[in-house]
Design a protein around this ligand. Sequence first.
Ligand code: BES
Ligand code: ZN
Length: 449
Amino acid sequence: MNTARALRRVVAQLADFLRWPSISTDPAHRRDVAGCARWLVAHLRSIGLAATLHPTPGHPVIVAHGPRKPGKPTVLIYGHYDVQPPDPVELWHSPPFEPAIRGCKLFARGAADNKGQVFAHITAVAQALREPDAALPNVIFLIEGEEEIGSLSIEPFLRAHRRELRPDFVLVSDTSMFAKNLPTITCSLRGVAAFELRVRGPARDLHSGIFGGTVANPATVLAQLIAALHDPRTGRVRVPGFYDGVRPLTAAQRRAWRRLPFSEDGYRRALGVPQLAGESGFTSLERRWARPTLEVNGIFGGYQGEGSKTVIPAWAGAKFTARLVPDQSPQRVVAATRRYLCAIAPPGVKLEFIPGHSAEPYIAPMDSRCMRAATNALRSVWGRPPVLVGEGGSIPIITSFKRILGADSVMVGFGLPDANAHSPDESLDLDVFARAIRASRLLLAELAR
Ligand code: BES
Ligand code: ZN
């Protein structure tokens, strides 16, 4: 039972979890990431789990086992305790690492992505363990600290621990609900491939008056290269081979997604853009969930300070990520983009290409026992069956679970569309959080039956 008092206590614990600025990408926060991991291990032990902190070359991985339940299936509950940087901090209405409740929402970086969601499952298991004969299957928590930077250490970790980790199912709550009143199961994720480009020109920054007009300006060339990535008329990526292997949408898929309660104009207004844009011939949901994209995540180079400085920068750079769908391969997409950019770059510059993290796209099978348990649990708590959606984001480890542990994932998300993951004022809806705890209890109880 979630009495108001019990929920307040759980939210206070979650707030302690959220106070850690466990920003995995920022070396300045390495100790905070480690401190957060230690806090979490202590919490998992305090509720009766056998929790271990495993150092890795990156950030620690945490594994926690529940009591052994011979004859029952094993469910591995995955989550991440690392968070994205809070920038731009000045746009938050309360400090990102000082959790604050306004209305029915808890605001903090990581509230939805992913500390709040994984804490719902931790709390469900904690409640079950307080009962005399806990209705639980074998439960293993695997909570990592590198999800937001591509889960680089986790793959070798899974290989090394494949005998200890032998789940029948993986349960992941790191996705969104389609709407607050619509319990949601995610059936697919896009993959991702990150890379960086440096355009190098003169040996040093040059006076733009003395030398301007005689050398290629790396910032101009970078802008030309970026502009050449898309066809402005159709929104399609121009890189030859980019769409190789892309599975076309099926008519059934398109019909099912068109039945979801979604307004293109409401979506446009919520994002604050004058007009939506993208690949022609597809709806916004199709573009987000089933079509690949190539995005610029940042552009840099040249003088960025106050006022003006008359230079031709020696170099300019940009960060990119492609989002991928079955059956594209991250490596092939990055190689094709590299070939294309090198082919069209003018001779006055050199290109340097730095590959980054990647993840494969994933499609979840819908007919497992865990999928049925999730469907039933959501139906009981929300009073209606879940909607089935795709997602445009990526969770790199999910295909490693399949490849290394042989287990498929069931993705039940509790972040709301306006949770502001990765943005200022990230939040967790506490009403949804309370329901998520109940749903997790029901799901686990059904697996224990
Ligand atoms: N929770 C998200 C992934 C997500 C978001 C899935 C929304 C479905 C819907 C996760 O924490 C995330 O942000 N992943 C990164 C992975 C990347 C850094 C490799 C992403 O998708 O950008
Ligand atoms: Zn995230």
